[in-house]
Design a protein around this ligand. Structure first.
Ligand code: NAP
Length: 308
């Protein structure tokens, strides 16, 4: 098992290619820039250990310019599985030799299976979010009016596609760069049609967080999902005026460090319910483990790993 907190680099991969893998037998990795903060090893290592898989899961720092060579080395070293985090999910999508239908639909890859010459890209963020919401709030996306902050980013797009695929009642896509939210709205519109409600066009809207219509939209949504990176730093501004939050709101913040963001605290102060993104991390990780190994993940083992 690798020591928690270790971060490896491209140079380590090159060294291992020359002198062989270390005794810890690294076969799984999470890649990103930065990567030291990633909590993925804490849940994956206990799951690998309890499945009797003799392999370690490492944090691997790769810059965008190192991605191609990094994957060539990971293939040469016969790694099995890779998780991808900020800012590489879109670039990794283009490096894949094959992609699952859900990865193709979302256009970003957060999970890679290395199978000899094949690099198979997958996305577990969207179904991971759905599982997390069901567990946290005991809700089904189909029944909800949903507002997504950061709907034009990778995680926001994944959330929008999942919500529209479940034909949620209403979908408000909010993004600082309006064009990105509008383009996601065009893309998900055909998924939203259902016979018991008015047309998809009337139930779907895109706007900037500064749009004066946002306050009225907030009156009419049940669930607010934050898919921006706002909230990670104490100095971050509000994603919209948090005084607009109401007691009926369920707030799911994909950010999980810090565990209680300003958005979450504001929602709770206004009488609403709020949860951080740790459960999404857990469920996307469980789905990634299943994709790599073909084994069923024990979510409780992974949850304990994160809690410890
Ligand atoms: P991304 O593709 O870079 O998207 C970032 C989004 O945040 C974009 O919509 C961007 O708007 C918006 N944004 C960034 N800075 C902003 C600011 N100052 N004001 C307003 N909007 C701002 O990143 P991502 O991969 O989607 O990740 C987004 C967040 O979700 C990160 O915090 C990430 O850690 C988290 N996440 C969590 C999980 C989990 O398992 N819990 C999984 C995936 C992601 P523009 O389009 O206008 O730039």
């Amino acid at each position: 098992m690798s020591k928690s907190g270790d971060v490896y680099t491209l140079n380590d991969l090159k060294r291992w290619q020359e002198s062989g893998l270390p005794r810890t037998h690294p076969k799984f990795a999470v890649i990103g820039d930065p990567i030291a903060h990633s909590r993925s090893p804490e849940m994956h290592q206990p799951m690998l250990d309890s499945s009797g898989i003799d392999a370690s899961y490492i944090r691997l720092y790769l810059t965008g310019a190192e991605l191609k060579e990094g994957f060539e080395l990971l293939q040469a070293l016969e790694f099995t599985g890779v998780n991808v985090t900020i800012p590489h999910k879109e670039d990794v999508f283009h490096l894949m030799s094959e992609r699952t239908p859900i990865a193709n639909r979302i256009g970003v890859v957060n999970t890679v299976l290395i199978d000899g010459d094949r690099l198979i890209g997958h996305n577990t963020d969207a179904p991971g979010l759905q599982a997390a919401l069901r567990e946290t709030f005991a809700v089904d996306l189909h029944d909800l009016r949903i507002l997504i902050l950061g709907a034009g980013g990778g995680a926001g797009r994944a959330a929008a596609i999942q919500c529209s695929s479940e034909q949620c009642e209403r979908l408000v896509l909010v993004n600082r760069t309006l064009e990105k939210a509008q383009s996601v709205a065009e893309e998900v519109k055909p998924l939203m049609d259902r016979t018991d409600l008015e047309g998809a066009g009337a139930r779907l809207t895109a706007m900037k967080p500064t749009d004066p219509r946002l306050e009225t939209e907030l009156d009419q949504v049940d669930l607010i999902i934050n898919a921006t990176s706002l909230g990670m730093k104490a100095s971050d501004s509000e994603a919209f005026p948090y005084r607009f939050l109401q007691p009926h709101h369920l707030v799911y913040d994909m950010v999980y460090a810090p565990p209680a963001t300003r958005l979450m605290k504001s929602a709770i102060n206004q009488g609403g319910r709020a949860e951080n993104g740790l459960s999404m991390l857990l469920w996307q990780g469980a789905l990634a483990f299943e994709f790599w190994t073909g084994l069923q993940a024990d979510v409780e083992i992974m949850r304990r790993g994160l809690a410890e």
